[in-house]
Design a binder for this molecule. Structure first.
Ligand SMILES: Cc1cc2nc3c(=O)[nH]c(=O)nc-3n(C[C@H](O)[C@H](O)[C@H](O)COP(=O)(O)OP(=O)(O)OC[C@H]3O[C@@H](n4cnc5c(N)ncnc54)[C@H](O)[C@@H]3O)c2cc1C
Length: 217
């Protein structure tokens, strides 16, 4: 499918709208890191940790979300924020968008034009780097909204990004790192490879969640 140059330029940029912070689908990670800093600091900080300066100047939020690499950073922010993925055909809720490793709700020829993030009261992303690629060996995004905390982990599960429901319930009752102390993450669905075993990644989900809650303040 061809997108006109005018169309692509309209898909770039960061602005505040009625539904939250709107980021054009062709917006680079570097632009998000710079232009979202005032409105959604945790999201800007996530974008600023992606890869290296060259990756951040070329990589885009739409490309990252369409690819849905199981170790990509943005999927955790989109899922934890309950964001809306807007395409040239429809609006897709984050909970419906991610459908497994490298798999999404996008159909043939469907283009992500915009992603809309409701801005939380508090949020943070903490990433345990895979040191060679700088992708997330495990990364966790925590977002606190009125009456609800959402927790999404990337890099860990063989099914791609996922919400940790038990932590969300515990943190909704008490937004403190200690609230998840008694919880464990089931290691059976985790990725196990030369970088880390399934049990290692399961433990990282818990450790990164605690650190994200502390960082969110
Ligand atoms: C060395 C290196 C380190 C990296 N480190 C990280 C990291 O730490 N964290 C992280 O999250 N990512 C990381 N990345 C991935 C990077 O951030 C890019 O987002 C990712 O490679 C996708 O590239 P792109 O955005 O240019 O999309 P492309 O490569 O252009 O596209 C990827 C796919 O999505 C499709 N696509 C592109 N845009 C759209 C759209 N708007 N709508 C629908 N489909 C679309 C394309 O057709 C293609 O199939 C790293 C990449 C490299 C090379």
């Amino acid at each position: 499918m061809l997108v006109s140059l005018t169309g692509i330029s309209e898909m770039k940029g960061v602005c505040m709208g009625d539904g939250g912070l709107s980021i054009g689908g062709a917006t680079s990670h570097a632009t998000v890191a710079r232009e979202a800093a005032a409105q959604y600091p945790a999201l800007a900080a996530l974008a600023g940790q992606i890869g290296d300066p060259a990756v951040r100047s070329k990589g885009t939020i739409g490309g990252s979300l369409a690819n849905n690499d199981p170790a990509a950073c943005y999927p955790s922010a989109v899922l934890a924020s309950g964001a809306t993925v807007v395409t040239n055909r429809r609006k897709i809720a984050a909970d419906d968008y991610f459908q497994g490793m490298f798999s999404t709700a996008l159909e043939e020829g469907e283009i992500i034009t915009e992603v809309v993030f409701p801005v939380p009261q508090k949020a943070a992303y903490v990433k345990f780097n895979q040191p060679a690629s700088r992708f997330a060996l495990t990364g966790v995004f925590v977002a606190k909204y009125p009456g609800e905390v959402r927790v999404a982990a990337t890099g860990a599960s063989a099914s791609g990004v996922f919400r940790w429901a038990e932590a969300e319930a515990a943190l909704s009752a008490n937004f403190a790192a200690g609230a998840i102390a008694g919880l464990t993450v089931d290691a059976s669905g985790m990725i196990g490879d030369l970088h880390g075993t399934q049990a290692y990644r399961a433990n990282l989900v818990k450790v990164m969640t605690g650190r994200a809650v502390t960082a969110a303040g």
